[in-house]
Ligand binder design. Structure first.
Ligand SMILES: Nc1ncnc2c1ncn2[C@@H]1O[C@H](COP(=O)(O)OP(=O)(O)OP(=O)(O)O)[C@@H](O)[C@H]1O
Length: 364
């Protein structure tokens, strides 16, 4: 099997009635890769997962597994297991019977079933719980039973539809790591649908960000976090502070015109595909650095703004400030607490300042 393209989606389109939900999705997933499909509610994540699983038939495009076209194959002929948001365990069946259910449907003998179920219980730390009913398990244990039921049929691809969203916050953190470790140990290919950015970041080899049925960007967690390809991705990945600036490209720099909260400045263009005109600048609260206006140290490349602290709160670890810059308000975190009414300088280092042409003069 070649490394690239174990699961290949080409030109996948899907619609409910006349409403297009997926628009020409191309995606190539390596064998053993963990891919997170990330996006806001209604962007088409679940529809894409269900198309891969075979529960939704695409209106166009092909799905290949190991080079074999499965687009017209029923779900049970695709070598995939799907794990849902609600684990939907059979309440009247024991843990062992729940795990072995898929094997029974496939006509696997009782002896082989018992052996595979025992192996799965051992793998998932469910030894000794085989005779319990789901009602007598913790949320995390139930989730592992559902995972065991999905994995026991030896799928080549594991499809996960928000499987952790019903767990309480603390269990969810440990189950994320358990699930990721298990996926790596088994070398199984996984596609995980989530709207939780941190969950995608800590679990996936690659994040695919969907926006209105299209892939907005795909890359490693570091790439999509540090090099967002569009204002949408930057905002979705947490750079929600927004300023509108006027920029002109001069050589290898973007010169930024004086504005209500900034003097004339410039930042290296680096490889940003910008043209002169209105610029949308985005940054994360934690990227901002705050200083008293009368004590600004020497700063590296970036933009420095002048503003007024409107309010201060303590979410933990850092102080969070609402700072007014011209007619905009932004959030800025600092280890030092400033007070409402303080005049501050707010510096955003160049690598953390995400710049895009505004819609009116966007070049693509
Ligand atoms: N059976 C259906 N009939 C009509 N429209 C549907 C159907 N299922 C989903 N949709 C619509 O298709 C779009 C994509 O839905 P989908 O469930 O794939 O989104 P999602 O990204 O998984 O959202 P969420 O995170 O809320 O689950 C939404 O606008 C949704 O309203």
């Amino acid at each position: 099997m070649s490394e690239a393209g174990f699961l290949e989606l080409t030109g996948i389109e899907s619609a409910y009635g006349s409403t297009a939900v997926l628009k020409s999705i191309d995606l190539s997933v390596r064998h053993g890769e963990f891919v997170a499909l990330l996006g806001s509610s209604g962007c088409g994540k679940t529809t894409l997962l269900r198309a891969i699983a075979g529960f939704v038939t695409p209106t166009a495009g092909t799905i290949r597994v190991g080079g074999y076209d499965v687009t017209q194959q029923p779900p049970d002929k695709r070598g995939m297991a799907l794990m849902f948001q609600s684990y939907a365990l059979w309440p009247h069946m024991t843990v062992a019977d729940n795990i072995g259910y898929g094997l029974k449907l496939r006509g696997v003998s009782r002896a082989e079933r018992a052996q595979k179920v025992a192996a799965m219980q051992a793998l998932l730390g469910l030894e000794g719980l085989g005779e319990r009913k789901p009602a007598n398990l913790s949320g995390g244990q139930r989730q592992r039973v559902a995972l065991g039921r999905a994995l026991v049929i030896d799928p080549e691809i594991l499809l996960l539809d928000e499987p952790l969203s019903n767990l309480d916050a603390r269990i969810r953190l440990s189950v994320r790591h358990e699930l990721r470790a298990l996926q790596q140990r088994l070398g199984i290919t996984a596609i995980h649908v989530t709207h939780d950015r941190e969950e995608a970041m800590v679990m996936a080899d690659r994040i695919v960000i969907l926006d209105a049925g299209q892939i907005a960007q795909q890359g490693s967690p570091e790439e999509v976090y540090n090099k967002p390809a569009s204002a949408f991705v930057a905002a979705f990945m947490g750079a929600e502070n927004l300023l509108t600036l006027q920029g002109s490209v001069e050589g290898d720099r973007l010169v930024i015109a004086p504005g209500p909260a900034n003097a004339l400045g410039s930042v290296p263009l680096a490889s940003r595909p910008l043209v002169s005109g209105a610029i949308e600048a985005r940054f994360r609260p934690e990227a901002a650095q705050l200083f008293p206006v009368d004590a600004i140290p020497t700063l590296g490349p970036g933009m420095t703004f002048r503003g007024l602290v409107r309010s201060v709160s303590y979410p933990g670890g850092v102080w969070r400030h609402v700072v007014q810059l011209g007619d905009r308000e932004v959030l800025a975190d600092s280890l030092q607490a400033f007070a409402a009414g303080d005049q501050v300088a707010l510096h955003v280092p160049a690598p953390s300042l995400f710049l895009f042409n505004s819609d009116a003069n966007r070049i693509r």
